[in-house]
Design a protein around this ligand. Sequence first.
Ligand code: CMP
Length: 139
Amino acid sequence: AIERTFSIIKPDATRRNITGKVLSYLEAAGLRVIAQKRIHMTKEQAEGFYAVHKERPFFSDLVTFMTSGPVVVQVLEGEDAIAKNREVMGATNPANAAAGTIRKDFAESIEANSVHGSDAPETAKQEIAYFFKEEEIVG
Ligand code: CMP
């Protein structure tokens, strides 16, 4: 089915000016950008976005990293968009990411791993709504 998913191009990628390179992988995977903006997350925004991880040992470092520079937040649409996006991103830890994936080719570390993508339809819906109004999404 045609799905929507939520994507972030993270601060390690904006810092290296490779947002276009990352986007080209997403597009080549069959995903279409139907909303996109560049933002600098506040601490409160990052903490809220990653609230499910708040008990994890890496939480405060993650919030510091995600607020260390601009990010590009996106809504992606396509056939099986959630799974396709996860496939083209590769494993969370770039050391485990498959050849040809974004994280294998660009990520610096498990934390500075260049991209985020929703893991399920329910989280996609929540994450899209966290950053975008319905009228900002042009499918
Ligand atoms: P993301 O898909 O954005 O979801 C949570 C993020 O936490 C993850 O990508 C990584 O950037 C970051 N992270 C940092 N350390 C870890 C870890 N040990 N395990 C999982 N995620 C981690």
